[in-house]
Design a binder for this molecule. Sequence first.
Ligand SMILES: [Zn+2]
Length: 324
Amino acid sequence: MKPFFLKTFLFFIIISFACCKKQASATSANDNVKKQQTTIFSADSAYKYIETQVAFGARVPNSTAHKQCGTFLIDKLSQFCDTIYIQNCQLKAFDGTILHAQNIIGSFNPENKKRILLLAHWDSRPWCDAESDKAKQQTPVLGADDGASGVGVLLEIARCLSIQKPTFGIDILLTDSEDYGVPSWSDERDSQSWCLGSQYWAKNPHVKNYNAEFGILLDMVGGANAIFPIEENSQYYAPHIVAKVWEEAQQLGYSDLFVSQPFGAITDDHLPINEIARIPTIDIIHLNNQTGFPDYWHTTKDDMTNISKNTLKKVGDVVLNSIQ
Ligand SMILES: [Zn+2]
């Protein structure tokens, strides 16, 4: 994703004892139903899915590691989902390179009209252009957090949904070529050079006239010190989904991660989904008021040492509960 720029109740409950009692029992009945519907998200399992992706090496489009990881992801989603769609496409990068890209989609209940879209990018960045040491800048990013973490959480969610089938449709979209944007040493500033796979998907969805009620994008969701404030484009395009997800996090006791503070706007895969596909979509992304992205972002340090099972668990629980 592209660096951001910073910008800047009322309740009526008093009715009667009888009514309150009725409400209370209704709430607890709903809670029970919800609990029964929620399969336990395993942070160990999500962690392993991240480890496996990282073990292939940097998943830069056109590389062997990219091809091998694509095969692994198709294999996993085929194991868990009802239907798999593989969208092969040739995308032109800002420098003219033709990227042999692949968006991978795993669907639950593909016939159901009521759908929710979950997405994360599976490619990794070709350059560590945030490194101050120039010698390191040509190294591809390993992307344990930037890429693999979101995919790892979604694979684990797919595993949970394969055990406890949703009553509506869910699509897991693993986008390619998100992170091939213009490097920081270039004078060019082309925001369209990012999110190439999601731009393609938004113009050419895997199913004709595809629609979903809402979407949730996960990006950099595994950091040990992660916090997830409210990203500005998410709030602009999908305020009701932001409210729903952050409320869910609060109910689960995870307000330490999901902080209800606004933050700057990020160019990420949720933008084409909002602007082209017109599906209200939010971005759950690690952002910090002091430093912006985490210090290992787009550097050689984005490896497994930063990945926290505690963070993965909390993100997984929030997303699973938000789609029940
Ligand atoms: Zn990135």
